[in-house]
Write a protein that binds this ligand. Structure first.
Ligand SMILES: [Zn+2]
Ligand SMILES: [Zn+2]
Length: 342
């Protein structure tokens, strides 16, 4: 076959295939509401909506004002929300590539870990576990490991000035809606993808070795029951203007109000509450901040940084951050001021 014909044929099959897949991934956010692995799954949104309704109704006592609060146009139609939406779709295309990487990467890493353990560890007898308890233990371990890795990544993206340049895009949100979760710079999304590969690959490798059985792809990549519980209990309210504190339970699990404190501009809230599901990591790293039941006054955003278009958000790392820039230096100074003997 002549080269030109081959090239055209290849473009027609692969080129359009790639284009249609890219287009498909661009449309993917519309299907998030049917996907229980996404925080925008309709059931999570519905429960969040009901919880938000209850929280506001307790205060305002009228249905009319509840709707006015929940569907506040100043929040949903804010230019900052527009950037959230643009990044949601931009990152969706990127996520399509990352997903292929994560799936392939985790499987190869799992195999590599098993091979390595086979070489160096002598297994007397594999764990005798029923399929049900194996999935349960795997779910707990991977949930805790992923939660800690997420915390650590988040911590570093605040403490290392170079990384903060990317993470400030998430923090420049001036209003919070559930879509703000997807307001991340593509570089941060990539790092998250690689981190997932590492954690899932390692945990799965150890499990496959010690149980000497293949945990199905469902157990590895399906909905983790703990993710489901985390998502249904108001994870969407983390990025919202609805104040929900778990009270004393905040010491165990991060409440939506605590994450809103994390988005606060106030100096006293700086570098607090990095956690996602468990508060224990913040306790260990000294970044835990308890919140009151009563709504606290919080201004969201980063001093001197507004990214009100996709271009501004993507280009944000080029500028040296002002305001909460160089969190490490600020942190050191704070420590010296607070406790000179430490
Ligand atoms: Zn952060
Ligand atoms: Zn956030």
């Amino acid at each position: 076959m002549p080269f030109s014909k081959l090239a055209i044929e290849s473009l027609l099959t692969n080129g359009f295939g790639f284009l249609s897949q890219t287009f498909g991934s661009l449309m993917a956010p519309f299907y998030y509401i049917f996907d229980p692995t996404k925080r925008l799954f309709f059931l999570y949104l519905l429960v969040s909506g009901i919880v938000a309704f209850a929280v506001v109704f307790v205060k305002t006592k009228t249905v009319d004002s509840v709707f006015k609060t929940l569907f506040n146009r100043r929040v949903w139609l804010h230019p900052s929300s527009k950037t959230d939406m643009q990044l949601l779709f931009f990152n969706s295309v990127l996520r399509f590539v990352i997903f292929l990487l994560v799936f392939q990467g985790s499987l190869s890493l799992t195999k590599a870990v098993v091979r390595l353990l086979n070489q160096y560890v002598e297994l007397q007898s594999p764990w005798q576990l029923s399929y049900g308890s194996m999935v349960a233990i795997y779910s707990v371990v991977s949930f805790v490991a992923l939660d800690f890795s997420r915390f650590l990544q988040h911590y570093l993206f605040h403490k290392v000035p170079f990384l903060w340049r990317f993470h400030k895009v998430h923090h420049s949100a001036e209003v919070l809606t559930p879509i703000t979760l997807y307001r991340t710079h593509p570089v941060e999304s990539l790092v998250s993808g690689v981190r997932r590969i590492a954690v899932v690959g390692l945990v799965s490798g150890v499990f496959v070795f010690y149980t000497q059985s293949l945990i199905g792809a469902y157990a590895i990549f399906g909905v983790n029951a703990f993710d489901f519980v985390f998502n249904i209990f108001g994870s969407n309210l983390r990025h919202s203007h609805i104040w929900l504190s778990f009270g004393p339970i905040n010491h165990l699990f991060v409440s939506p109000a605590q994450h809103q404190i994390h988005h606060s501009r106030a100096l006293r809230h700086r570098d607090k509450n990095f956690g996602f599901a468990f508060s224990v990591w913040d306790k260990l790293f000294g970044s835990f901040h308890q919140v009151r039941f009563k709504k606290e006054f919080v201004i969201f955003g980063v001093q001197g940084e507004t990214h009100r278009s996709l271009r501004q958000a993507l280009m944000a790392p080029r500028t040296k951050p002002t305001g909460v820039a160089n969190p490490i230096k600020v942190r050191i100074r704070d420590n010296i001021a607070v406790d000179p003997g430490a």
